[in-house]
Design a protein around this ligand. Sequence first.
Ligand SMILES: [Zn+2]
Ligand SMILES: [Zn+2]
Length: 294
Amino acid sequence: MSNKFLYGTAAASVLLAIASLVFSPSSAQNAKQSNDTAAVVEAANWADNVMITVDTDAKTFRFQSNGIPDHGFAEQYLIPSNPSDQPFADKPLEFFDVENSTDYFKETEVDATITTQPVYSDNSTDTSLGRIGVALSGAQIFNDYENPARSVVAVDDQVVHDHVAFLDNCNGHTLVDGTNYHYHGIPVCIAEAAAQAGQHSRMIGVLADGFPVYGNNDVGGIVVVNDDLDKCSGHFGPTPEFLEGIYHYHLTADEAPYMIDCYHGEVEVAANNGPGGGGGGPKFCRSCRATGHH
Ligand SMILES: [Zn+2]
Ligand SMILES: [Zn+2]
């Protein structure tokens, strides 16, 4: 908790348009929406440790933070002594190191540039390990998994010994080296602080494809579950920030996937793929097999 305040051609186009009307009605529908998120991103309730720079020419925004969430965190965390020995839920206390977050947490330079004109795609792209989005708190959004094989879901692999947990009450933790605090479930510390009873969740962050991310309340405050959403945990509809409607993601609490396991927006993934990707973001979770990125 003491770290909390550290920082503060015209014919062809017509043909394409006709083709898209015939073959991809959802894209055509979405094309009518402006999908310009710049104003919402600029006005969002980012934590004090976050710097947002909107580039109106490039149609992007840049997110910079020290990686430490502004909502505080647990005093202690369970750190697996052998990160490759998953799952952890059945491991005894002796398997873990108990670390004090005040000693253990390390600042991380988080620097992400994301489009402010997201484009819905009929094709989806799997999210990778490492950062898939940014949150209002200054921390990062990861997908569900703790391993490249996508077999171990972090939230379902929660383990608690003597009141010390692997994931904290905000569904977050760091990598094994204390850096890159990130969420594997609804960041309830953000979502609950922003929630308004009987209403759609407020935006809690933005995914790397530029579409906004929400908690699990839809219009009228109704709790959404995975069955209500597409395979990437998204749908079209109005939100408090986008009253005309936009494609958006909902994090859920009923069962995996809790997070966003694929992008339904166009996204450049080449730089983010594989252990040698060099995309600048973290590639591996604390508990992922050691591959030189921990
Ligand atoms: Zn919704
Ligand atoms: Zn993790």
